[in-house]
Design a protein around this ligand. Sequence first.
Ligand code: TXA
Ligand code: MG
Length: 352
Amino acid sequence: MEPIATEVLGVDPSSPEHERIERAAAVLRAGGLVAFPTETVYGLGANALDAEAVRGIFRAKGRPAEDPLIVHLAGAAELPEVARGIPGIVRRLATRFWPGPLTLVLPKGPAIPPEVTAGLDTVAVRVPAHPVALALIRAAGIPVAAPSANRFGRASPTCARHVLDDLEGRIHLVLDAGPTTVGVESTVLDLTGPRPTILRPGGVPREALEEVLGPVEVAELTHAEGGAPSPGLSASHYAVTPELLVVESPAFLTPAVAARIGELLRAEAGRGRRVGAILATEDAVELPDATEVRRVGSAEDLEAVARGLFAAMRELEALGVEVIVARTFGRHGLGLAVHDRLRRAATRTLAP
Ligand code: TXA
Ligand code: MG
């Protein structure tokens, strides 16, 4: 594709400058591609009502056309513009979780072109909680289709630098408001089947949804390993260049898991490879010399772990590490999303 000059515009994360938002909104309305922060990860936005603009997203990311996009709205009041046959439960979910990291899959309305939904008759919708995202969508006056702003298959971007590393020269504008706060993508909840089903665990924990909905299924857990619960959710995703060995762990490292991580690192280092580790602050692991360590947060603070995960993967990659050993953090709360992302990014997943 022809290179595009990518403009970077700094914006205040809590009270974004009006004229900068207007400038970005004008690019969207003109059919351009704008990367912007949401509370989860940076998104790559285009006018969701403009099929050609939406095709631009797929070209810029190198994303296969059969992977549907999320439509971002400034408020639940705009839902009827993009979805139809909206079930009554949406009202309660929206009141509790929007704006926020919850995406709802609903029957698609006629205004949304098939490019957005990969030809499906359902549409994924969310209202993001970031002031910059909300200001941008409001100023543009249109629904904004946006996947994560990374090259297809790579770790999602949690700061503007990550977006530029993947997409500089391929998109028109990046709004830089610093790092995102949630760090993993939204929870995708399908409301079109017989039972509410989580297609992708994310920023809203299953337990929080169950307070509103009662028991919620997780497609992940009911599908065979490697199975895809929804079109874009292929088994291999969120990856970086180094090999990634993922050791399945409960939230708090047991001595057996710590020993396993140490063994793996020593074995790889012993073969002359540059090694890295992604651990919790308190994890006591015997590390070979020259291990590059990223401690993403306390295991008691899964929000910090989720926030730091993708950045840790990209940082170790940038350091030229050849193999990363990472651990999961159980499957409760945000641990489920962290587990899902690590498993999909993994070259190998190991039981302790
Ligand atoms: O937090 C997020 O959700 C971020 C920010 C930018 O909002 N967006 C994001 O988009 O992660 P993306 O495209 O990377 O992932 C969206 C996932 C896709 O993998 C796709 O499988 C699923 O949502 N999805 C979208 N539309 C769907 C539909 N109609 N039915 C089932 N799954 C759908
Ligand atoms: Mg993505």
